[in-house]
Design a protein around this ligand. Structure first.
Ligand code: C2O
Length: 541
């Protein structure tokens, strides 16, 4: 492959949106940021210079970083942040990977504005496994707040309660005509009647799962999380934060202006939801200039069936044939709960339900970010910043599915810790992710760094070995799986990429509350199975 160079200047930019003006953090003054283009197996070199007072790192979401863990990007996991005035050069290859990816900041809530698409084309001469589209377009879903994001983050975490709902959902940074002062702040795609388009959808939002539909048009999914799928045609898709979908759309309707619309999916009780949706135009060339646009029909806020329909439709394009045996079998509970306020949490105002604090955990461990990067501590054998005792199963299983509501523990005590699970090189890992949260209003989009995994099963309620059905033939290969509300998902991967890899909920607020854990994958034999030395310009904490 060839080498692609990019220069990322992290800088603030003044933007006016929703009748409001503020400074946001951007890359090169662009919102969304620049698109990174490459071809399968290319090397990508991105020099990041931080011209803001904030700490920055960039994560290349979905890129497996084969033997290049140092460039993965999550702050305090694989690197210390790039501080004000400093630079760091990311340098990695997209080995045997192609499709729709995105990059985003991976420190505090900076990715709210610091994100962009990353498109990796098949090797020269290799066609898509579907009819070549007439044109391709990137559609990035996001969320926008009128207040400063750093202030929102600080205030939310100090309150112990939920974050404020976004003031607007956005498509390529634009809210569209449903919002104040946004009649012209709208994204538009011009299409030729009769042609087929490939839309690369990415949900870069912080905290919201989103439905997406185009008025009167069918959507055919052909790729999910940068892996081809069997074509699946539907009228609406759903993407959790961190997920991407490629869809084909044919402009086969009467010439006109149709809406592409985005609205949230939330299951169960929810505070502060505003019934607005972001809109972009799917505009037929030749439509009268002032033609009325046709609104898209989106599912209801809590339409779990629409979500399941999309999930059921995802099948890997080719047969996989996974073996029945695995070496590591983990059962990980995902808990988003209200905890009693303790005297140990004096900085928190206990403003969540019942005067408690919202907290999250995996296997009853609330993840605490260390002060130096785990990868560096592991590599240099520095003791004291993490432990290697993440449990293979929950310490205590809270059965919220079968327990009567009044049996629910008010305080689901979790332990705080920076615990990792060590995996031998090459081990075949199966993980059952089980939602046991009491505050369950949404799926948890669980994202694994360093790997894609096969989603071999999922369902509602508690996972049960006797009834669970696994697809070992054509399961979708993904990097982010929406674990159903109060349900479970089963994933498989082979731990053949040495390094330190974060696994966490891609809802930013859940991550802040501790919904994450870390895998350490040991070296195998020889250079091709070992983590290389750290880069010389690796930022220091
Ligand atoms: Cu896209 Cu750790 O995240």
């Amino acid at each position: 492959g060839s080498t692609r160079f990019y220069d990322f200047k992290v800088q603030t930019k003044r933007v006016s949106k929703l009748c409001n003006t503020k400074d946001i953090v951007t890359i090169n003054g662009m919102y969304p940021g620049p698109v990174v283009y490459a071809q399968e197996d290319d090397r990508i070199i991105v020099n990041v210079t931080n011209r803001t007072p904030y700490n920055v790192t960039i994560h290349w979401h979905g890129v497996r970083q084969r033997l290049s863990c140092w460039y993965d990007g999550p702050s305090y996991i694989t690197q210390c942040p790039i501080q004000a005035g400093q630079s760091f050069t990311y340098n990695f290859t997209v080995t045997k990977q192609k499709g729709t990816f995105f990059w985003h900041a991976h420190v505090s809530w900076l990715r709210g504005t610091v994100y962009g698409a990353m498109i990796v084309y098949p090797r020269a001469g290799l066609p898509y496994p579907f009819k070549t589209p007439y044109e391709e377009h990137i559609i990035i879903l996001g969320e926008y707040w009128m207040k400063d994001l750093v202030e929102i983050e600080n205030a939310t975490l100090a309150s112990g309660g939920p974050p404020p709902t976004a003031d607007a959902y956005t498509i390529n940074g634009h809210p569209g005509p449903n919002y104040n002062c946004s009649t012209n702040d709208v994204h538009q795609i011009d299409v030729v009647p009769g042609k087929t388009y490939l839309l690369r959808l990415i949900n870069a939002g912080l905290n919201t799962e989103n439905f997406f539909a185009i008025a009167n048009h069918n959507l055919t999914i052909v790729e999910a999380d940068a892996e081809y799928t069997k074509p699946f045609t539907t009228t609406v898709v759903m993407l959790g934060p961190g997920q991407s979908l490629n869809i084909l759309v044919t402009a086969d309707q009467p010439v006109g202006k149709y809406s592409m619309a985005v609205a949230p999916y939330k299951n169960g009780r929810i505070v502060n939801y505003q019934n607005t949706s972001a809109i972009a135009y799917f505009h037929y060339i030749g439509a009268a200039e002032y033609s009325l646009y046709l609104p898209a029909k989106l599912p209801k806020l809590d339409d779990g069936l629409a979500v399941k329909t999309v999930m059921d439709g995802l099948r890997s394009l080719n047969q996989v044939n996974l073996l029945k045996e695995t070496d590591e079998n983990l059962f990980i509970t995902i808990g988003l709960n209200v905890q009693k306020c303790h005297s140990k949490t004096p900085k928190i105002n206990c403003q969540a339900f019942n005067k408690g604090v919202l907290s999250a955990s995996m296997n009853n461990i609330t993840f605490v970010q260390p002060r130096i990067s785990i990868l560096e501590a592991y590599y240099k054998k520095i003791n004291g910043s993490y432990t290697e005792d993440f449990p293979d199963a929950p310490v205590k299983f809270y059965d919220f599915v079968n327990g009567a509501p009044n049996n629910m523990p008010y305080d689901t005590e979790s332990l705080k810790g920076t615990r990792t699970k060590v995996l031998e090189y090459g081990s075949k890992v199966q993980i059952i992710l089980q939602d046991t949260g009491t505050v369950n209003t949404e799926n948890h989009p669980i994202h694994l760094h360093g790997y894609s995994f096969y989603v071999i099963g999922y369902g509602t309620g508690n996972y049960d070995t006797r009834t669970a059905q696994f697809n070992l033939v054509d399961p979708p290969c993904m990097n982010t799986i929406g674990v159903p509300v109060g349900g479970w998902a089963a994933i498989r991967f082979v731990a053949d990429n040495p390094g330190v890899w974060y696994m966490h909920c891609h809802m930013e607020i859940h991550l802040s509350w501790g919904l994450g854990m870390v895998f350490i994958v040991k070296n195998g034999k020889g250079e091709l199975e070992s983590l290389p030395n750290p880069p010389p310009d690796l930022p220091q904490c």
